[in-house]
Design a protein around this ligand. Structure first.
Ligand SMILES: C[S@@+](CC[C@H](N)C(=O)[O-])C[C@H]1O[C@@H](n2cnc3c(N)ncnc32)[C@H](O)[C@@H]1O
Length: 272
């Protein structure tokens, strides 16, 4: 792909979403953009670029960002964070909150497997508490196509084979032909919304007991990572936890945030 075209699209997407495409990502960017361009009726990327470079609607900008997001996810990703949630963090939250509101946020939820995995844990192991607590899982992402799929809650056989224990599949999904639809009880615990992580300081007014922000900061430049991390930590309630992806480090040290290893998981705790 032409350097000028690559730079135009990647600069645009980085400005909007923070996602930074370094060297080596040319093929990915080109193939994703070409697919979008052809869906929109353009012959090739050159024609697409010439047409849009001076007049870009916000709808088309969303489609370009969407095309270049990496939405890899699966149920109970990495297993151990969900063991830690089940065995330590959720029991502690229920105990500490004692019949009040519990707010959980899956920030960058992709196609929904992450928040639905938390909802399944709640139904399976904490069902007796659910009627006494006001509990909500807020799940957000910048990719509109991922959010659409997440809201539908319909997954193919390959998707349900990835990470989801068979007993949960049989208990919390209904088979419909070749796909599996997640049960209404699970869906009811999760609310999906469009949200750009670069704008959380302006858009999010609530504070959270638990934030999962997994495998998204890795796509940002160091300065963006630090900024989003600070904003996330600000939105955490004292006594609350942030969980990052299994291989991710905290982008910066903050005086009120303590790194702890609970079970096999590194978590970030906000001091009370
Ligand atoms: C690799 S997926 C991770 C999904 C899930 N958290 C997990 O660990 O399985 C990264 C997600 O981050 C989203 N994303 C990227 N930049 C974003 C931004 N600026 N704001 C919100 N979501 C973003 C992408 O759309 C994608 O769905």
């Amino acid at each position: 792909m032409d350097r000028e075209i690559f730079d135009f699209f990647t600069t645009l997407v980085e400005k909007v979403s923070g996602i930074s495409y370094g060297a080596g990502k040319e093929y990915l960017v080109e193939s994703r953009l070409l697919e979008l361009a052809q869906t929109l009726g353009y012959r090739d990327l050159n024609e697409f670029y010439l047409k849009i470079k001076n007049q870009l609607s916000s709808q088309l900008l969303n489609s370009i960002v969407d095309a270049l997001t990496i939405n890899e996810t699966y149920f109970f990703r990495d297993t151990h964070p969900f063991e830690t949630l089940k065995n330590y963090l959720l029991p502690e939250l229920f105990k500490r909150k004692n019949g009040k509101k519990i707010s959980i946020w899956s920030a960058a939820c992709s196609t929904g497997q992450e928040p639905y995995s938390v909802a399944i844990l709640l139904l399976e192991y904490f069902n007796q508490y659910l009627s006494n607590y006001e509990i909500k899982i807020w799940a957000t992402d910048i990719s509109l196509s991922s959010l659409k799929k997440a809201k539908e809650g319909v997954y193919n056989q390959i998707e349900v084979n990835r990470g989801l224990p068979i007993h949960f599949l049989l208990k919390y999904f209904k088979q419909k032909g070749s796909v599996w639809e997640i049960d209404e009880r699970v869906k009811e615990l999760v609310k999906f919304d469009f949200l750009n992580l670069l704008e959380i300081n302006k858009r999010v007014r609530e504070n959270f007991d638990l934030i999962l922000c997994r495998y998204v900061l890795i796509y940002f430049s160091n300065s963006t990572k630090k900024r989003v991390w600070q904003n996330l930590c600000q939105l955490l309630k004292p006594g609350g936890y942030i969980i990052l992806g299994g291989t991710e480090l905290a982008p910066s040290e903050l005086p009120d945030i303590e790194r702890k290893v609970i079970g096999k998981t590194t978590v970030f705790y906000k001091k009370e």
